[in-house]
Design a protein around this ligand. Structure first.
Ligand SMILES: Cc1cc2nc3c(=O)[nH]c(=O)nc-3n(C[C@H](O)[C@H](O)[C@H](O)COP(=O)(O)OP(=O)(O)OC[C@H]3O[C@@H](n4cnc5c(N)ncnc54)[C@H](O)[C@@H]3O)c2cc1C
Length: 555
């Protein structure tokens, strides 16, 4: 079958009906001991993955090591906006806003299935410390720098005004930004591209120490957390992209940095069901203490946050405090007094630590969100760089800068266009219909799969075709199917059930996901993959443990 959409995948959809295989073998983990890499990247958050991809594409032999799973750190605990950062204009960060807007444009064009334009309503109450005139000027500048004005067409501003606190006068503005509902998926796509370009990528592999000899970083000692095996790897360059863990990695290796590099700032969010009268648009407004705060429709729920609390404790144990959750609820009630939402309605809360540069005592809001690259040569350790700060939005640019710093010539932005944004909806509808027709899955399931997996949908449809177990939904409330999990295990470096259900196929972030759903999914996946009972139940146990640690129901 030839199709006008074949180019979407780079090869004909006919492949769907000419080959089939049920052999789903997770990629094995060949030993690393004694190998030499030109670049070893420590940390598989969005920044580490982007850097590994950039270096591998520049033909550097690259190894990426992540202690948990790719994207499981700060990257999956963010507000999930791909934004120019309108509020950074308050702090005069015009360069950062310009750069963010450029990167946002690129992501919208290159990853239209994952990064989507989003209209925001900016609501300022009469007591706001920000004057309406200043905000107007800020929006004007934002648009001049490359932001787009939102068309008010689809926004019901007057309906929105009705749900706001009617005892206050509000100024409401609209503007356009973008949302990546699942940065975990963006990380997975960049990871596959890094691997295709030659990078060796390894999750559940913790760097215990960086070897330094004669004033030079020489390699790392890494422990495979699945097998307990410890291995030495040599490196020409080491990039410490461990986000809020960056100082810890240095301390553990006896690398002195002349003071902390990172000043961690915890941010917490609460996830709520759509409450009665909840705005359908994303809202950027002020919390009870006038800090900026977002209410965002996300994953068929409401994501509300965030907080800013200095936090230098173990980033792996970051949790929203009771005070933060109460602050968020109070802010929600002060904005939407009609919202009948109480603590027990919160589905879950989660926290992450922003790896901001250390600046001593300063208001967390005022600390720059601009990234920087700390070259340890100045402290006597050559060929080692630590990444400080950054945003989801600017990770690709950070990666280009980092690669350049270690000798890679400047490259133009290197993502691959998937579909032109214009006319995309129509094309995707056709694509879903074709996929459904040849693979035996429903059109709505095909639609859900395309949204998360873009061009990988072909491989997934191929797995699904002819095998009822692969076409089974992961639980009765989702369109997502077992074949997506099989593909993640086979091709996206997922190893555990938690890797899959929290990040590659993140159904477990859904509003109604429960322990029962985890059990059903584990049984269906285990059966399709030929796992034994013990393997399935230990995977389920680990998934539930990680899910409950990450997504806490406040008490
Ligand atoms: C509350 C909050 C909201 C945010 N909202 C936004 C937003 O809306 N838009 C935006 O653009 N940005 C946002 N950000 C910023 C953005 O999320 C982060 O800057 C970005 O995710 C940092 O990525 P990273 O790769 O540097 O760090 P991480 O994602 O934390 O990755 C570092 C990785 O290193 C690993 N690691 C640590 N130690 C070791 C070791 N010894 N060996 C191996 N691996 C190790 C960790 O497990 C972790 O996965 C937000 C951040 C927070 C906290």
């Amino acid at each position: 079958m030839q199709t006008g959409l074949s180019w979407f995948f780079g090869f004909p959809l006919a492949k769907l009906v000419t080959t089939h295989s049920m052999d789903v073998v997770p990629k094995n983990r060949p030993p690393l001991d004694g190998q030499h890499f030109q670049v070893v990247v420590i940390g598989g958050g969005i920044n580490g993955v982007a850097i590994a991809r950039e270096c591998a594409r520049a033909k550097r032999r690259t190894l990426l090591l992540e202690q948990w799973d790719f994207g499981a750190g700060t990257t999956s605990r963010s507000t999930r906006l791909i934004h120019g950062g309108l509020r950074y204009l308050e702090h005069g960060e015009i360069g950062l806003v310009r750069e963010s807007l450029r990167e946002r444009r690129l992501l919208l064009r290159e990853r239209p299935h994952l990064v989507r334009p989003m209209q925001l309503l900016l609501a300022l109450g009469e007591n706001s410390s920000r004057s309406a005139l200043k905000v107007r000027m800020g929006l004007w500048l934002y648009r001049r720098l490359g932001g787009k004005a939102a068309s008010n067409g689809s926004l019901d501003v007057s309906r929105f005004e009705q749900v706001l606190d009617s005892g206050r006068r509000w100024s409401i503005f609209s503007f356009e930004d973008a949302q990546c509902e699942f940065p975990e998926r963006l990380v997975a796509e960049w990871l596959v591209e890094a691997s295709e370009a030659g990078a060796v990528v390894r999750n559940h592999a913790q760097v215990l120490a960086i070897d330094v000899a004669y004033g030079r970083a020489k390699g790392v000692l890494v422990r495979d957390l699945l097998t307990g095996r410890e291995e030495h790897v040599e490196a020409s360059w080491i990039i410490n992209a461990t986000g809020p863990w960056a100082d810890r990695v240095c301390q553990r290796s006896g690398i002195h940095t002349g003071g902390p590099m990172i000043g961690g700032v915890r941010g917490s969010h609460i996830i709520l069901p759509r409450f009665r009268g909840a705005p359908t648009a994303a809202v950027f407004t002020e919390a009870v203490d006038r800090r900026p705060i977002f209410l965002i429709p996300w994953n068929e729920q409401i994501l509300f946050g965030t907080t800013e609390v200095p936090d230098t404790t173990d980033p792996g144990k970051a949790q929203p405090s009771t005070e933060e959750v109460e602050y968020l609820l109070n802010s929600l009630h002060s904005l939407f007094p009609g919202a009948q939402v109480s603590m027990s309605d919160i589905r879950y809360a989660f926290a992450g630590v922003r790896p901001l540069p250390y600046v001593g005592k300063s208001s967390p809001s005022a600390i720059t969100r601009r990234h920087s690259l700390h070259d340890h040569a100045k402290e006597g350790v050559q060929r080692m760089i630590s990444v400080i700060g950054g945003k989801l939005t600017t990770a690709a640019q950070l990666a280009r800068e980092c690669a350049h710093k270690i000798g890679v010539p400047w490259a133009p932005s290197s993502g691959m266009a998937v579909l032109p944004a214009k006319g995309m909806e129509a094309s995707i509808d056709d694509l879903c219909a074709e996929i459904a027709a040849v693979s035996g899955i429903s059109e709505t399931a095909a639609d859900a799969i395309v949204e998360w997996h873009g061009k990988r949908t072909l491989a997934i449809a191929e797995l699904a075709r002819g095998h009822a177990e692969m076409r089974a939904p992961l639980c009765p409330h989702t369109e997502h199917i077992v074949a997506e999990v099989a593909d993640a295990l086979q091709n996206e470096f997922a190893v555990t059930l938690a890797d899959v259900l929290l990040r590659r196929v993140p159904v477990a972030l859904g509003g109604c996901w429960s322990e029962e759903c985890s059990r059903t999914a584990a049984a269906r996946i285990g059966s399709a993959m030929g796992w034994g009972d013990r393997e399935t139940s230990s995977g389920l146990e680990a998934l539930e443990r990680e899910r409950n640690e990450f997504l806490r129901k406040p008490s």
